[in-house]
Design a protein around this ligand. Structure first.
Ligand code: HEM
Length: 198
């Protein structure tokens, strides 16, 4: 009978599909969850650190006296920048691994093709943020720390004024780059969530 033949056929196909997907999918889920945790965990560190700088550290620095501002910058900035550098690289590496993994595995792990487009745009914006972090933020804070470590140019007329003007302009550049970075990170955050859900 054609109908029972069809049923038998579809049953075989179904069990083949089950066999193929059951084992690897469980494994796949474990790898996926670990990569997603690494990705989202480092994103939380990165975004939290950047938001803290823009909303708490930068405004408090503006309220401090030049001497305590210098001391605070010298003791906090180098390790803060290492933290931001490390968490941003970890976030991008985990994101790239996640991307490679879900596109290799195919459905049901891979998002729809329009979802993937959002994630790709997010990845490009992330590269821009990394360029800002490693091309502007980190070099500027190195310059700032170097300048603050220099012994005061005593005797040089107006030396102090020149130096504090330089310090102020470096701090302004840091603040602007950090604000732009936080804005772009927030944009990427939205792109990623939309990309993963559609
Ligand atoms: C090189 C850069 C990046 C790549 C290649 C990347 C890639 C990915 C991939 C493939 C996923 C999984 C999507 C899915 O579950 O289908 C994901 C999830 C996610 N990404 Fe990224 N990402 C990058 C940067 C970022 C950044 C900078 C942020 C935050 C500002 C971010 C936030 C998230 C979040 C929150 C999720 C979880 C979304 C959800 O499951 O609802 N990613 N990312």
């Amino acid at each position: 009978m054609p109908s029972s033949g069809n049923d038998a056929h579809s049953h075989i196909i179904n069990s083949e599909v089950e066999k193929k997907s059951l084992g690897p999918t469980r494994m796949a889920d474990a790898v996926f969850v670990v990569l997603l945790l690494l990705h989202v965990g480092s994103i939380i560190a990165w975004m939290g650190g950047a938001t803290l700088f823009v909303s708490v550290l930068a405004p408090s620095l503006r309220r401090m006296s030049p001497a305590s501002r210098g001391e605070f910058t010298l003791s906090v900035l180098p390790s803060y920048m290492r933290f931001i550098g490390g968490s941003s690289i970890a976030a991008a590496v985990a994101g790239a691994a996640l991307y490679a993994y879900i596109t290799q595995m195919g459905p049901p792990l891979a998002p729809s093709s329009s979802g993937l487009t959002y994630i790709q745009i997010g990845a490009v914006v992330t590269l821009i943020v990394l360029l800002i972090a490693f091309g502007v933020l980190i070099p500027t804070s190195r310059k700032l720390v170097g300048l603050l470590k220099q012994p005061q140019k005593q005797g040089a007329p107006g030396g102090d004024a020149v130096m504090s003007a330089q310090v102020a302009s470096l701090q302004k550049r840091l603040g602007m780059a950090a604000r732009l970075g936080v804005f772009l990170l927030a944009l990427t955050f939205i792109l990623m969530i939309v990309g993963a859900s559609i």
